[in-house]
Design a protein around this ligand. Sequence first.
Ligand code: HEC
Ligand code: HEC
Length: 464
Amino acid sequence: MKNKNKYILVLLIVFGVLAAGCMGQQTTPVTPTQSAPTDTKPAQTAPVIQANDKSTNDKMTDQDAQKMVTDGREIFRHDTFGDEAYWGDTLKLHQAIAGAANGGVGGGVDPKTALAVGLKVDVDALPPELVNNLKAGKVNLTDPATTIALLQLDAVVGVKGFFDENKNLKSIGITCALCHSTVDDSLTSGIGHRLDGWPNRDLNVGVIVSLAPNLQPVADRLHTNVTTVKAVLNSWGPGKYDAELNMDGKAMQPDGKSAATLLPAAFGLAGVNLHTYGGWGSVTHWNAYVANTQMRGKGVFYDPRLNNKAKYPLAVETGDWNIRNDPDMVTSKLPALQFYQLSLKAPIPPKGSFDETAAANGQAIFNGKANCDRCHVPPVFAEPGWPMHNASEMGIDDFQAKRSPDEMYRTTPLKGLFSHMKGGFYHDGRFATLMDVVNHYDKLFGLGLADNEKNDLIEYMKSI
Ligand code: HEC
Ligand code: HEC
């Protein structure tokens, strides 16, 4: 009798699941994990039910999560959100890349030059024959036509070419991967497997943009001339970009240094509340901001904090605090895009890249005498909650902080630090080395660290 009841229960569940299937739900029949009896013997026609099967709901969650990662990766790497209307159609960047010989203007950008300004090539997008020829040094890297061929293969990380029927480059767009991915140099320097989330600290965004034949729209927006725009773009240097310039018009720090910030890591962000050096908002807030206002993709973006004439005159003037494109090519991509970024774990430092004994000592100092874990709380390495600090608390100027709505600096999550040792530390790279960072804290907080303690602390930071 007892067994029979269980049998009926299972049938009811199966029926329920099938009924749900008819309503467009997932049809895989399974029992709830907890309640399924282990001794149930289903009839021949009924599906086999395992006691430890996941519930339909759990399975759907797993499948959705996998799909979000796959979709998000595709968007992160390849989606321009329609921004080719800006980079290609308006600024004509594609013409400078193609060169006069290929229907563009000027000398064109050959692969050697492209690699020299930090652009990366995805080896997995190359056919085997090309890989072999590259290995054998048989590919002409001083001909812009080779760059065009690479764009046709969608092999230039973060740059997407658009071609007409005759395979002429007719426009160009950029993707998130341009600044937030690099490659592992497995084939040669600048050519390898993609490393998403690793900031490309070789990439000279300013120099690349300055190649655009028509910078007048940028000059108009900034109320200046093209010569000044070029000077500003050239002031950024490798590994940097200014994501607020076209909102507040501030190209320089008060001391005359460039206002650009480093390209930050886009991995290890799960569990971190606020993002960007100035803590603008969540990952998805910032994604919408960048896709619309920086990449100039065509979507919808709303942030009333930017509707502030004194602070963000250009956002108010252009209406960029409230962007409405129809069709909207951004918003439907935000869920998977966010999900993918949160799934990007910080890379693990290779063995031998730090001294293990020193790192162990350094860990004790980090969480003890130096009190770094007060803000960089392991394992997230930022504060759970509201990880924001005043400039004065950090012992630095408030220029970049003041450009963000909250006017503070966000505690940088430190995981994977080893992967971006180039370009310096802190938002503008003001500290060239980790020793400079440690010395800054030592002085600021009166830590009284001995030289060996400082070294141990550094080895620990290289190990996380
Ligand atoms: C032209 C270079 C560039 C492109 C393209 C770009 N970003 Fe960024 N990204 C930056 C810079 C610079 C910052 C730091 C901005 C700041 O702190 O003010 C940043 C910050 C971020 C952050 C915050 C990281 C942290 O420390 O918390 C995330 C997340 C991010 N970008 C994701 C994206 C996504 C997703 C895209 C595509 C929609 C994208 N970015 C496109 C340059 C770029
Ligand atoms: C009061 C909170 C606080 C404390 C304490 C603190 N930090 Fe930081 N840390 C921050 C903030 C905020 C930033 C971002 C500063 C910026 O970019 O201008 C930061 C940035 C860093 C960076 C630069 C990361 C990068 O990628 O640019 C390193 C490295 C670092 N901290 C290490 C440490 C160490 C080591 C200690 C202990 C000696 C420590 N921090 C103590 C808040 C703190």
